[in-house]
Design a protein around this ligand. Structure first.
Ligand code: GLN
Length: 446
């Protein structure tokens, strides 16, 4: 009822859902009631959840917010969806996003922009903007997101939520439509760290169907939430507090550091000397991988097909030109160029070398500290349309988040207060497999 009342695009609503699935939800809710009556309910049995429309859902439209997949009904469930279903979570629907997860404002969606519930003239962030707006507007208590360069953390920051991108390999990517396979990772978007711990518990774990899923034990994420922060060493990268960070955001982050010190933490300055190269390296690697992944959308097996093609080449060309939006086409062109003969070494290989340096910077920093702390995004939610004509300004929204994906590390955004009435996010980054530690710090701080 709340979704019907507040979300409809036609009546000026938030537009956080692309598809609402009441019948599926009622069936799951009925099963949850039965499980509870039988005494077999788990912690999340019967709890509603919104799934980002990048996760394949059997029998349900799965669009990735692209015209290309506007009529695609998935024949199977993503592993994340199967696990959520098995835990008794009740899927309310599929959330809006940037087309194929490319963007930082949710404005590249074929289904229209999403409004930030805190100020409906502003963006919710992206690409998981629909998930963030749905949770912030209380149209779902929790949602799934995916993060290739910041797409869980930045919208969480702009909508005052807790969002966690786990270590690469922690959550199965099977059935999660690929953007940049070596960077994509799913995660929870919730109101609190405790909720994030509960949802991560369901999502995490080895899956033989995903060859990049890692067989590493999944701890009880809730068990350590209350642990003391006495002696916690917080690393503050000088590169995260320089030029480009809004003064208000910087001040709120400093306040948060003082709070954590009161809880027993100490701080140390750390150096991430190559962090300035993370955005340029990402915008070679991510488009390269996307150009390869998106080659499957050829108008033949599934997806949009143009009317009356002359021949096979015409079918490919027009189906793709009509099915993909402007940002997706831009990425495919950049990626195809970067991978082409004669340019591969100069761009792609070079970017992969930079990626290694960025990973080494983090390794050195984590010899001095347990978690790294900084801002999630350089500014608060900006006006709808403000950056649409300027791709570089949009790409710079992820300046503090992208390095984490390049290094495969877990990162988290938690609410740090408000500036001019708009939420500000605080980012925590940890070494591989430190999700429980990040959740513990977030929980104690909250
Ligand atoms: N904003 C970045 C991009 O457009 C990251 C997106 C994401 O994490 N999916 O590629």
């Amino acid at each position: 009822d709340r979704i019907a009342r507040f979300d409809g695009k036609a009546n000026g609503g938030i537009n956080s859902y692309i598809t609402v699935t009441p019948e599926r939800a009622l069936a799951q809710a009925g099963a949850a009631d039965a499980a509870r009556a039988a005494g077999s309910a788990g912690a999340l049995t019967g709890v509603p959840l919104a799934q980002k429309d990048i996760f394949c859902t059997e029998g349900v439209k799965t669009t990735c917010a692209s015209k290309m997949l506007d009529s695609f009904i998935s024949p199977y469930n993503a592993e994340v969806v199967s696990r959520c279903d098995a835990a008794g979570l009740v899927m309310l629907g599929k959330t809006n996003m940037d087309e194929f997860a490319m963007g930082s404002s949710n404005e590249t969606s074929y289904y229209g922009a999403v409004k930030n519930p805190w100020d409906v003239s502003r963006v919710p962030g992206g690409s998981s903007g629909g998930s963030a707006a749905a949770v912030a507007a209380r149209l779902a208590p929790a949602a799934t997101g995916t993060d290739t360069g910041g797409s869980i953390r930045q919208p969480a920051a702009l909508c005052n939520l807790t969002g966690l991108k786990p270590s690469y390999g922690r959550i199965s990517r099977w059935g999660m439509i690929a953007f940049a396979s070596s960077l994509d990772q799913a995660g929870p978007m919730t109101q609190t760290a405790e909720d994030a711990a509960l949802l991560l518990q369901v999502m995490a774990g080895h899956d033989a169907k995903d060859s990049t899923s890692i067989d590493h034990p999944v701890p009880d994420y809730r068990a350590t939430l209350g642990d003391s922060l006495q002696g916690l060493r917080i690393g503050l990268p000088k590169q995260f507090f320089g030029e480009g960070l809004s003064a208000d955001t910087g001040a709120l982050i400093q306040t948060a550091i003082r709070e954590l010190e009161k809880l027993g933490a100490t701080t140390v300055e750390v150096d991430l000397p190559n962090s300035g190269l993370s955005v340029p390296a990402y915008y070679v690697i991510a488009p390269a991988e996307c150009s390869s992944n998106l080659s499957r959308f050829d108008g033949v097996r599934f997806g949009h097909r143009c009317d009356s093609p002359k021949d096979l080449e015409d079918l490919y060309k027009r189906s793709r030109a009509e099915g993909f939006g402007e940002e997706v086409r831009r990425r495919i062109m950049i990626g195809t160029y970067a991978l082409s003969a004669g340019y591969y070494d100069a761009y792609y290989l070079q970017a992969q070398r930079v990626r290694r340096l960025i990973k080494q910077d983090f390794d050195a920093a984590f010899a001095q500290c347990d978690v790294i702390l900084g801002p999630t995004a350089p500014e608060t939610a900006f006006a709808l349309g403000a950056k649409q004509a300027d791709p570089i300004a949009m790409y710079l929204q992820d300046i503090y988040t992208i390095a984490t994906n390049l290094a495969g590390l877990p990162g988290m955004s938690i609410p740090a207060g408000f500036s001019g009435g708009l939420p500000v996010g605080l980012q925590l980054i940890g070494p591989y497999w430190s999700e429980a530690r990040l959740l513990n710090v977030a929980h104690r701080y909250q």
